[in-house]
Ligand binder design. Sequence first.
Ligand code: GDP
Ligand code: GDP
Length: 455
Amino acid sequence: AAQEGFDAADVEGALEEAGHGPLPVLAVVGRPNVGKSTLVNRILGRREAVVEDRPGVTRDRVTYEAEWAGRRFKVVDTGGWEQDVFGIDASVAAQAEFAIEAADAVVFVVDAKVGATDTDEAVVKLLRRAGKPVVLCANKVDGPSGEADAAMLWSLGLGEPHPVSALHGRGTGDMLDAVLEALPEAPAQSFGGTVGGPRRIALIGRPNVGKSSLLNKVAGEERVVVNELAGTTRDPVDELIELGGTTWKFVDTAGIRRRVHLQEGADYYASLRTAAAVEKAEVAVVLIDSSESISVQDQRIVTMAVEAGRAMVIAYNKWDTLDEERRYYLEREIETEMGQVAWAPRVNVSAQTGRHMEKLVPAIETALAGWETRIPTGRLNAFLGEIVAAHPHPIRGGKQPRILFGTQAGTKPPRFVLFASGFLEAGYRRFVERRLREEFGFEGTPIHISVRVRE
Ligand code: GDP
Ligand code: GDP
């Protein structure tokens, strides 16, 4: 509907842009030094993002939003972990496995100048087993003379090798066209409540906070329904666990059970695991070790879940260890360090004693409900009208920007578009978000607000 200087096309365009739910995920995998990071940079169309020349540098960012030919998707870069932790085959396989698991399609990068190696063959096996669409990138084909090298890679049995120079950009457009063909419009795992099967939970947190203990507690005391992927020799990737009368899917429990500790590269591995689990999940349960100070790493993990737009519950674990003094300081830390996610339901648990385990499910349900909340347009606009009347935007340069109307463009998480007569300052946007939460709840979910300004 055309309103107050916005025509229908403006409104539709804004809704389209803001309304997308979770994006499909593309994983870029391959041996070290084949050019994965260079290719990811090429896909992102900017230089700053990924390449880091020092080997073994811990990178905590592993997923990026990309766009090609008007379609948006997420890219998971696995280039950050180049340590020979368990021998090269195992380490490449381990990192590729998580990324493939979380992906809707995979770009497998091979160095065409080197040709297919045993490690490449090992990754091919993983790819076959996963059954995800694969685009084979024959990289380092910097000129026509390299095309023959690329053709040799037909031998991998993954279909047509796409000759590419990630460094110079040669062939990357054609390859990305093939990627878009392989990539579904939306993530394969449906993000629905009733139609999508069991709700998906990611149990995340830095090493030693108690993830495997908590998993064992909930899986041990309750009935483990089925383990998926019967017939394969590896650990189950996800586990179905019945809790509170409902079956839940705990994603990527293999990553929790198969512990990687203290080796170099373990941090990156942990980040990749966390990112992959978050992508697969609808709700993240972030575990914090309440016996220790809340750390930057804890905050980073919280941020990952928020940026991914997932519902979130924060579980303060090891509650059995707290004395009165630590409890006092913990509350102060929560106020100062976790203030930006004060909307997340909080449970104080002990995976060891089982304390308050029964509060976990209601907290998760609350967060999922917030994540899926849709506010009818009429109600939203009545509310916005009240805000504008009672708390108008401050006057700037003789003008007073005003929210004209708004609409909810999507859910999971809730996304709003506000149409305004002028630029709304960050402080005012935060105020609107705070008031939205006071009015409508949105417990346990991030919310997105974008603003369209009338030309
Ligand atoms: P990763 O370990 O797979 O992420 O590999 P990087 O992206 O870090 O690249 C490894 C090395 O290969 C770097 O020195 C890159 O500059 C180089 N490289 C990447 N792509 C190309 C390419 O298309 N052509 C050439 N000649 N070199 C490339
Ligand atoms: P993960 O690395 O996050 O999977 O952590 P673990 O589950 O392996 O736990 C790390 C350590 O913390 C182990 O020694 C556990 O026994 C201990 N732990 C886990 N949960 C609790 C808890 O609630 N209370 C206490 N006291 N110790 C715990």
